[in-house]
Design a protein around this ligand. Structure first.
Ligand SMILES: Nc1ncnc2c1ncn2[C@@H]1O[C@H](COP(=O)(O)OP(=O)(O)OP(=O)(O)O)[C@@H](O)[C@H]1O
Ligand SMILES: N[C@@H](CCO)C(=O)O
Length: 309
């Protein structure tokens, strides 16, 4: 049965950015970062009106193909709820195509907004956190980003197999050690995740797989209990070397920071560099990175995930 929502109902959602992989945890580890997109959805009698302020304004489509709109529709459809029309206002702060999970945040924000609307029409159909992880991951394709934006903090995500062989996305949160701080070095250039995934080989040497398994397991220990192990725990052989040629500044800065004892990794599919430390970044390195075209900033590790506000 389809429930129809009255017009004039408004919900507001804020959703954190995320950084995926954290070095060795390709498609597995993620962390929520305190850069937030805000989405307001108001039901109307007819039509669709989309307004975008900030990141992506002028670039993203303002019609039914807008990612947030598609995610809202997906969430409403999953719950069997219908709206005659809606106004969607997006205040975006997460840079697009920089490896900070903007597309996953858009999907999560749209699904959470839809879930809040569902709560008004059919409270029994509201999606659980697990269902949101499933839907957002199916919809956007990156459970490491999506689950970080839903759960907050650091996450381990994995894909099991459902009864008909379909992907069954799962995630569990980690309690990040309170001494760990996050810095991002964001280059001006963009990078498409779909394109840089195409650079990865189908087959990897067993020794490289074993190398990453050890670092990935160590990363869980380093993130939760032993920040002193972060430098070793963020080593990778499965995706960063393979993507280095298309993002030379990113590769240069991951290498430079690591040579200075700072646990740096490519954020998601790049080109942003993520550094996890327990101290400030050395001022001379920040200045050098800025003169190399990077925007350098400390970002809070977002303890909570997407929420209504
Ligand atoms: N808030 C948003 N509203 C509408 N479209 C968005 C939004 N955020 C991202 N997108 C779309 O997603 C594209 C970026 O997706 P992509 O997966 O390449 O990068 P990313 O998600 O920023 O980085 P990564 O997945 O590596 O962390 C943008 O070019 C835009 O088309
Ligand atoms: N794990 C994904 C994250 C994309 O944000 C990748 O590296 O392609």
């Amino acid at each position: 049965m389809t429930a129809v929502l009255d017009s004039g109902i408004s919900v507001r959602v804020r959703v954190p950015a995320s950084s995926a992989n954290l070095g060795p945890g390709f498609d597995t580890l993620g962390i929520a970062l305190g850069i937030y997109d805000e989405i307001q959805v108001t039901t109307t009698g007819s039509g669709l009106d989309v307004d975008v302020v900030g990141e992506g304004a002028g670039d993203v489509p303002l019609g039914p193909s807008h990612l947030v709109v598609r995610a809202i529709e997906r969430g409403l459809e999953a719950a069997g709820v219908w709206v005659d029309g809606m106004d969607v206002v997006c205040h975006n702060r997460i840079p697009h195509s920089r490896g900070l999970g903007s597309s996953a945040s858009a999907a999560v924000g749209g699904l959470l907004a839809a879930n809040a609307l569902v709560g008004r029409a059919a409270p029994e159909s509201v999606l659980s956190e697990e269902q949101l992880v499933q839907l957002a991951s199916e919809f956007e394709g990156h459970p490491d980003n999506a689950s970080a934006s839903i759960l907050g903090g650091a996450v381990v995500s994995w894909t099991a197999q459902g009864p008909a062989g379909e992907p069954d996305y799962r995630a569990v949160g980690l309690s990040v050690h309170p001494d760990i701080r996050a810095f991002v070095l964001i280059p001006a250039e963009r990078s498409s995740t779909a394109e840089t995934r195409g650079l990865l080989p189908e087959i990897v040497p067993h020794r490289d797989a074993a190398f990453n398994v050890s670092r990935g397991a160590l990363a869980v220990v380093a993130l939760t209990a032993r920040p002193d192990l972060l430098l070793t725990a963020t080593e990778d052989r499965l995706h960063q070397p393979q993507r280095a040629a298309v993002m030379p500044a990113t590769h240069r800065w991951v290498t430079r920071l690591r040579a200075n004892g700072i646990a740096a990794a490519v954020s998601g599919a790049g080109p942003t560099v993520l550094a996890l430390t327990t101290t400030d970044l050395p001022v001379h390195l920040v200045r050098e990175a800025e003169s190399d075209g990077m925007t350098v900033r400390e970002v809070e590790i977002a303890a909570g995930g997407a929420e209504l506000f």
